[in-house]
Design a protein around this ligand. Structure first.
Ligand code: NOJ
Length: 481
């Protein structure tokens, strides 16, 4: 659709940036914090790039005031951050750790004081290690009540100032990398266990969302889903069907549950036939149906292109590129369903993530069409090598191009009728990129550290910082000009 005239971004548009506790805070064992599953996992040799961990990360726990001041300088309207569960509840289901809560309380106050809307993520992957040990974490139904207690503790404490909440961040990623690929904790490769753990996570999510408005009546809550819209590699009907298989199995499997409390039928039947479907208990589907979110949070980085994959001799799991060596990603698939293909129409980053701004519009349109929910883009951004030049200059023009391209498509999507609440750039400062170390940088603010040393952790504004500041000031008016 080519519009003659674009609608402006809404006046109350949440121009934001995002982060996650484990990736920025550091202070991994300070002020009564218990270990998370990531604190343990990163110590297993060979799991992360150059053995990096978040013990210190970018030391936000001690430098949060300076970081908020930078946000204020930028004129940021919203800041999405996550709370570390093991920081605020000892061992996940023990005593409340007042010191931990105080940290987030102060952060929220400082944001509000600077007219920055806090968006709080309840769970960004750092499950308390004690819960993993007590009952296998997401594999036990006990996690549903423990997550509920943790979440409502935060609603009660921060809900008077925090209106926007994200429940689970990228459930599809932490579950599949944790239980299928063993690339995330708890490092399992078992599809049956994966679908069961996922079902419990969906129930935990629904239970918290179902009661949320009792605690924060004026608030809004939704999950953040890692959505990579599926494309067909060719117009061959079998490839189109393969892309549909992927869309249903890798996206609708979660988003249908969030929005409708239902699993997509074709995939349910496929999993049942293969002995992989989760075991349901009485009341599960009713609870899922009660957890309808106020918005769909979307983390968008790329689309994925698929073609048919034979059942016999087809392609299975391939290696991911966590080294930043372009071209090292392998094709990956499920025999009989689909396999990935490099899209010849798109450029890719050094981590082989295809750059596709139009894909964002495609995704926003698909969600609007299917679920009719408002959308918050809870993450979008470019992970690249940045170079710190003399006099503290970082010329990240490629990041500006990336963000500009995606925001242009957002404006077109708004004109198409998408109810877009806001856009959070991943990330505000540079941070630890989980498996990819510190060299894959996303921030508007360069942090002077690398894999080998924490150096001085100095904060330096990149060129993209000023660009985003101006974009916010002008409410995106010049983006399509
Ligand atoms: C999604 C995750 O939520 C975030 O933690 C991660 O660092 C970014 N994507 C980039 O990979």
């Amino acid at each position: 659709m080519i519009h003659n005239k674009l609608k402006p971004f809404p006046d109350n548009f949440l121009w934001g940036a995002a982060s996650a506790a484990y990736q920025i805070e550091g202070a991994w064992d300070v002020d009564g914090k218990s270990p998370s599953i990531w604190d343990e996992f990163v110590r297993i040799p060979g799991k992360t790039f150059k053995g990096t961990n978040g013990d210190i990360a970018v030391d936000h726990y001690h430098r949060w005031k300076e970081d908020v001041q930078l946000m204020a300088d930028m004129g940021l309207k919203a800041y999405r951050f996550s709370v570390s569960w093991p920081r605020v509840i000892k061992d996940g289901n023990g005593e409340i750790n007042e010191k931990g809560l105080e940290f987030y309380d102060n952060l929220v106050d400082e944001l509000v004081k600077n007219n920055i809307e806090p968006i709080v993520t309840l769970y960004h992957w750092d499950l308390p290690q004690a819960l993993q040990e007590q009952y296998g974490g997401w594999e036990s139904r006990q996690v549903i009540d423990d997550f509920y207690r943790y979440s409502t503790t935060l609603f009660k404490r921060l809900g008077d100032r925090v209106k926007y909440w994200v429940s689970l961040n990228e459930q599809n990623i932490f579950i599949s990398l944790g239980y299928q690929k063993a690339a995330h904790p708890p490092g399992v490769t078992d599809m049956k266990r994966m679908y069961q753990a996922n079902h419990h996570a969906s129930l935990a999510n629904a239970k918290v969302i179902a009661d949320f408005h009792d605690y924060v009546p004026e608030g809004k809550i939704g999950p953040s889903f890692a959505y990579g819209p599926a494309y067909s590699y060719s117009s061959h009907p079998e490839d189109v069907l393969a892309a549909q298989n992927a869309e249903e199995m890798q996206s609708h499997w979660w988003m249908d549950v969030y929005a409708w409390g239902k699993y997509p039928q074709a995939i349910w039947d496929y999993l049942e036939d293969n002995g992989l479907a989760p075991d349901l208990e009485e009341g599960d589907m009713e609870l899922l149906a009660k957890g309808k979110p106020d918005f769909m949070g979307v983390n968008y980085y790329k689309t994925t292109t698929y073609e048919r994959n034979p059942l016999v001799g087809g392609t299975g799991e391939g290696e991911m590129n966590t080294s930043g060596k372009k071209g090292t990603t392998q094709e990956s698939g499920i025999p009989g369903l689909f396999k990935t293909k490099k899209n010849p129409n798109l450029e890719a980053t050094n981590w082989d993530w295809e750059i596709d701004p139009v894909g964002l519009r495609v995704g926003l349109r698909r969600i609007t069409d299917r679920y009719g929910l408002p959308i918050l883009i809870s993450e979008n951004g470019l992970g690249e090598y940045d170079k710190l030049e003399e006099n503290d200059v970082v010329k990240d023009d490629y990041r500006i191009d990336y963000l500009k391209g995606h925001l242009q498509e957002c404006q077109k999507a708004i004109t198409d009728g998408v109810d877009l609440m806001g856009y959070c750039v991943w990330s505000f400062t540079d941070l630890l990129s989980w498996l990819n170390g510190y060299q894959k940088r996303y921030g508007f603010v360069y942090v002077n550290r690398d894999e080998e040393s924490e150096k001085d952790l100095r904060r330096i504004k990149k060129k993209s910082f000023d660009w985003y500041k101006e974009t916010i000031e002008t409410n995106g008016e010049k983006l399509n000009g």
